[in-house]
Design a protein around this ligand. Structure first.
Ligand SMILES: C[S@@+](CC[C@H](N)C(=O)[O-])C[C@H]1O[C@@H](n2cnc3c(N)ncnc32)[C@H](O)[C@@H]1O
Ligand code: SF4
Length: 375
């Protein structure tokens, strides 16, 4: 199964915390789509798996790209790949772009999943984050998609926000679970270099939330999601049964993907490559028709490290038989030895030879995985 990611690098207003590559929407026109299609025609041979099972428009703000352009890209994919008739086709949307007309257009061109960047159901937190929407608009966006017949709705929330409390987070979760959503992504706020938010922290005008409180918010998420019947399948991702994101699961399960657009990453099992985080840099590279400039061949150590980094944050875990069969005996034996203190303390569990981190320890999964990686 192959996945296609299209990075749509436009935002109407930059949020204070975000470092995903984007520029103002003024630059958006058919020209961007022409280049995406050109890149597709050049790079598609790098993907061996010819059946596309998922298409994901991410950003930036894909909901600013006129639907006609989204449609051109979806049908352009069919010129080079076999697109599964049941392919999962997702678009990330900002709540304030959502109208019934837009939702119906998406439904008509085959989009069957939306991921809405809501971030919080508390208006003061939305203002703090510099969002364009308020809580009412967020709730309305969900209702509009439902009305237009889009049956697979995901929303994004951020926890660990400065000034947030356990109560304010509980409120966001209560509203989220009370709405008819199928999937929930909850990200811990990260302070990315170069963002206005991080500069405010450096100046001392914003104080990051206490780590203990962030952890308590994560624990609350684990508990409430279970009560509402959601599967916590990855550290930041939860879904009702039948609605686990096929596209994102592809990243964690080592499937091939082709990324189109500036800053997009690609993977074909033997190498990774990534596009410049600049529209002009990306266009230049596509125009020169060269093999991707930024690339990394994947050797055994990288492959092993990536297996741990991607799988141990998921409910699928790492099958030790796969490690025994796919890696040298030194790598396998080293891993068996390294996991002993973690399985003894319950931070990792072994079920049918599959090594996992239980969801209650996902919050510290980075530090556990770091101990197992090969340097
Ligand atoms: C690439 S953004 C695009 C979504 C869409 N443009 C929006 O803002 O609604 C995807 C998600 O990443 C998350 N995100 C971005 N920056 C983050 C940060 N610094 N910390 C935590 N989550 C972040 C937000 O939840 C956001 O909805
Ligand atoms: S969070 Fe979304 S809207 Fe805000 S800057 Fe990032 S990509 Fe743009």
């Amino acid at each position: 199964m192959a996945g296609i990611y299209i990075h749509v690098p436009f935002c109407r207003k930059k949020c204070s915390y975000c470092d995903f590559y984007s520029v103002g929407e003024a630059k958006m026109d058919n020209h961007f789509t022409d280049f995406v299609l050109k890149e597709l025609s050049l790079r598609n041979p790098l993907i061996a798996d010819r059946i596309v099972k998922t298409i994901y428009f991410g950003g930036g703000t894909p909901s600013l790209l006129p639907t006609g352009n989204i449609k051109r890209i979806i049908s352009g994919l069919g010129d080079f790949f076999g697109v599964d008739p049941n392919a999962e086709i997702t678009i990330e949307v900002n709540p304030d772009d959502v109208t019934l007309e837009l939702a119906e257009q998406y439904q008509a061109i085959g989009v069957n999943r939306v991921s809405i960047g809501i971030q919080s159901f508390n208006n003061d937190e939305l203002i703090f984050l510099g969002r364009r929407h308020d809580v009412d608009k967020a709730v309305e966006a969900i209702r509009i998609f439902r009305k237009a017949g889009i049956a697979n709705i995901s929303i994004d929330l951020i926890y660990g926000l400065p000034h947030s409390t356990l109560k304010s987070w509980e409120h966001s979760l209560n509203v989220a679970f009370g709405l008819d959503i199928q999937h929930l992504s909850c990200y811990h706020l990260t302070y990315e270099e170069g963002t206005p938010l991080t500069r405010r922290v450096a100046k001392g005008t914003v104080i990051p939330l206490d780590e203990e409180l962030s952890k308590a918010q994560f624990d609350l998420l684990c508990e409430m999601s279970k009560n509402y019947g959601f599967i916590h399948y990855e550290i930041s991702n939860l879904a009702k049964p039948g609605y686990i994101s096929k596209h994102n699961s592809g990243y964690w399960l080592g499937e091939e993907y082709l990324g189109l657009g500036p800053s997009a990453h690609s993977f074909n099992r033997s190498m990774r490559w990534w596009n410049p985080s600049s529209i002009t840099g990306w266009e230049k590279e596509v125009d020169s028709a060269n093999f991707p400039k930024n690339m990394e061949a994947i050797g055994e150590v990288t492959r092993f490290n990536e297996l741990l980094i991607t799988r141990l944050r998921t409910m699928w875990g790492v099958n030790l038989e796969e490690v025994a069969n796919g890696f040298s005996p030194e790598i396998y034996n080293r891993l068996r030895k390294k996991i002993i203190p973690f399985t003894a303390s319950g931070k990792m569990v072994m079920e049918n030879n599959i090594l996992k981190i239980p969801p209650s320890y996902y919050f510290i999964s980075d530090s556990i995985v770091a101990e197992l990686l090969m340097v």
